[in-house]
Design a binder for this molecule. Structure first.
Ligand code: PSU
Ligand code: MN
Length: 306
């Protein structure tokens, strides 16, 4: 926990005060700032997401590793660094220990993925987290074994995650299967289907539908009471005004997926490539859904009173 002296946290004054006063908090990630979106859209989205959490009545805690220290809650200048610096590391579960070790060669600046952000949120006592799209089984993953550490984290770490489904560049049926096997509770917000990031429809079912933040909070509370760990994954489909049809998206993916690099660079490369091919439409949808997910996470945190 945050009060453990050996865990090198730096909590912002605002987050510290919110925890002391029992005010609701929402964790936000930073990989989408440093690797998921171009500048200046990335800093606009980071600021707008924090504003959306506040408008809902909660307080934002954006996570990153700066100068070897895990940060829970960032200053504006720190978000700006993450949005503009070159060579920001992409930190997943495996990378956190290195980034916090102080060894030579450890990255000075690290953005946290869904998995790393869930870990920091749980350690900081923050139970609700908002992102854009989660990682999952990559296309061809049955051979390459490229499966995002996000899925493992969702299986184990008890933090509710609000997203717009797995990123549509992934193998969605296999990602859905792994979520089921891992025992992640998959809830559609005002949706019977698991959404697919920029697309509202995947053809894959959720475990249950919820139509209000109060219902979402009830499911999270019940899972917490069970004490089984792992996540409630809340899937909030993108605004229909900016949604893109799956067939159109599949065309862009087919045209570039064979050129994508392997490993951690795959997702950022595909997002940038499709932003270009879609003439910015995927970017507009991505921005909207991240901000809307932050707003919904704020409402859920208020409902939970934590
Ligand atoms: N949501 C977005 N854009 C992103 C991400 C989420 O709208 O770039 C990030 C998250 O940090 C997620 C990561 O953990 O993409 C998945 O990366 P990978 O597929 O390499 O596990
Ligand atoms: Mn991967």
């Amino acid at each position: 926990m945050a009060d453990q002296p050996d865990f090198p946290f730096r909590m912002s004054d605002e987050v510290t005060a919110a925890r002391r006063d029992g005010r609701p908090l929402v964790a936000l990630e930073s990989t989408l700032i440093s690797h998921g979106l171009p500048y200046p859209e990335n800093i606009e989205v980071a600021r707008a997401s924090e504003a959306a959490v506040r408008a809902a009545g909660a307080l934002p805690a954006t996570m990153a590793v700066l100068d070897g220290m895990a940060h829970v809650g960032l200053a504006g200048s720190e978000m700006h660094r993450l949005a503009t610096a070159d060579g920001v590391a992409k930190l997943s579960r495996r990378d956190l220990a290195i980034a916090l070790s102080g060894v030579a060669g450890a990255p000075a600046l690290g953005a946290t993925t869904v998995s790393a952000t869930m870990i920091l949120a749980e350690r900081a006592g923050i139970g609700v987290f908002a992102t854009g799209g989660i990682g999952g089984v990559h296309r061809g993953g049955e051979a390459s074994m490229d499966v995002s550490a996000d899925l493992f984290e969702l299986a184990h770490t008890p933090v509710a995650v609000v997203c717009s489904g797995p990123k549509v560049i992934l193998d969605l049926p296999r990602t859905r299967e792994v979520l089921e096997t891992m025992g992640v509770t998959l809830v559609g917000y005002r949706s019977d289907e698991m959404p697919a990031f920029w697309a509202r429809h995947s053809g894959l079912a959720v475990d249950c539908r919820a139509d209000s933040p109060a219902e979402l909070a009830a499911i999270i509370r019940a899972r917490t009471r069970l004490g089984i760990g792992g996540a409630v994954l809340i899937c909030n489909p993108v605004d229909p005004a900016l949604a893109i049809g799956i067939d159109e998206i599949e065309g862009w993916i087919a045209a570039c997926i064979n050129d994508a690099p392997a490993g951690a660079a795959a997702t950022p490369w595909l997002l940038a490539e499709i932003a270009r091919r879609s003439k910015g439409r995927s970017l507009a949808a991505n921005k909207r859904l991240i901000i809307d997910n932050a707003a919904l996470a704020g409402a859920v945190a208020v409902e939970l009173g934590a």
